[in-house]
Design a protein around this ligand. Sequence first.
Ligand code: ADP
Length: 568
Amino acid sequence: MKLKKRKFLRGFTRFRLMLTLGLAVLLPAAALIYVNFSQLRAIERDKGIEAIFNREFQDVLAITEKKINKKAYTMAEEARELFPSPDTDTQEKEKRLDLILAQKPWLSHAFLYDEKGLVFRSQPGLMGDKYFREEHDHMTESYRLWLGKEGKMQMAGIRKRPKGISFSGGQVKRESGDTYLAGAMFVLPQTSPDRVVLGGVAFEGCYLKGILFQDILDEMVSQKSTDQGGNRLAMMVYPADMEMGRELKPLAVSAGWGEGKPEVYRKFDDVFRGLALGIKFQGTSVEAIGRNWVHQSFLILACLSLLIVGGLVLTKHVVSKEMALARLKSDFVSNVSHELRTPLALIRLYAETLELRRITTPEKKQEYYRIIRKESERLTALINNILDFSRIEAGRKEYEFRETNIAELVQNTLDSYRYQIEQQGFAFAESIDPDIPAVRVDREAIARALVNLVNNALKYSTDEKFLGVKLYRENGSVKLEVVDHGIGITRREQSKIFEKFYRTGDPLVHNTKGSGLGLSLVRHITQAHGGDIAVESTPGKGSKFTLSLPLASAQQTNDPASSGTSPS
Ligand code: ADP
């Protein structure tokens, strides 16, 4: 009934622990992993990284366009400042316009219109090109007609534009191939608003790269690339309808464009209408970066998940171990109390009987005295074990190594047990090699180790009662063997029996008194002597414990490590 209750309590504690681990650690960890995983999947599905880059690209393009526009306005203003007054005569106007064209060779045309008519001049150096000549003739004619008709209206419109300048643009033909022409039409600031006076210049596409686009593109690319770190950007200015299949080369390309199309583009919508600005990464694509990022994140998540799972398994392992130790400790307390109570009860019973003088025969008396002595010896042995154990645990156990005839030590220890062994009906075989050289050992400790081994052999034997003790020399060490034909130990438990408090699951062990400290003491003692302890056992057949002490190191007389405090 009691056992059932204890089992139930243990099961409950275990369940509570698992519940705590599950609720406090496993559940949040799993939720974290799941949420991260689904977020990554969502980013992968919605191309989230690509979207972020595209937005960033759009911003860069907008800033670039602004810079280009600003510079274009400045250039148009610079040209306007050189314009003659509409009141000068035609010849003077022509001269002044020619001067502007000479000063600014990137301008293809310059014109001035007022009520008296149109003066339209073109870059003389370009007049050799037949298409350019045709353009000049055509524009002169069409502007005269157009401005004559709509000049006033145009002027009203341009006045409302920023800085009184209006840009337009488009593709034009040249003998060397198609190019882009950007026109700026403006009002002259010094003229009165009642008059119709319009000036204008046209920028020749092939020069725009050198005077305007290139510097801004390169500046933006290097600035943004250092801002962002990692991947470098590349930009270009190209005719907006280039993709429609027309054979027109990009007007300007920043360093590192390489091959390929822009990832994101923006059509100029004020100054250079008809042109577009494109952007991409140097040597990689947004898609590849997004893919890499997602892959990397999945990899990191997988590693973190593995770490979390590993941590959980480790935690469970450690906690279970601690729980097992706590259980062993509580068993230990009840076992020790039991072990103390039995000899005490016996001593008291026999002493009382003697006190009451109920025993008359001297033999009987003698037997009672012997029992009292034996039981108090058992008590002392148990208490010594516990004291030794607590010293070892506290790191205070000290050994006193002395030159010892180990054969004699073993013999004497066994002698004081011989009667008890035979009394219990054990067949006792001893084989002690008397020629073993003297070794430095702590006598009391070695005797205690032997007593523990012998006691175990006696305790854990049932039908076949045999005890064998052998002391011999082998390969530079002294071996002390304690053999029994008792219940034996399973292979799985053989490694555990040397741990403190551990007792095997065999039912006989549970019905036998014990603290689970004996073998852990034996191991500590042997290790302090530089030796080790091994067990060979077959369940149901018996066990053999072999304690070996190295002869060489045990013989070193002035080894400082061989005396004083031992490792614990
Ligand atoms: P205990 O006080 O329980 O005997 P020990 O540390 O001496 O503690 O032994 C630990 C456990 O090892 C024992 O409880 C028992 O299960 C097992 N054991 C030790 N010696 C023997 C043996 N000779 N035969 C079978 N089992 C043994």
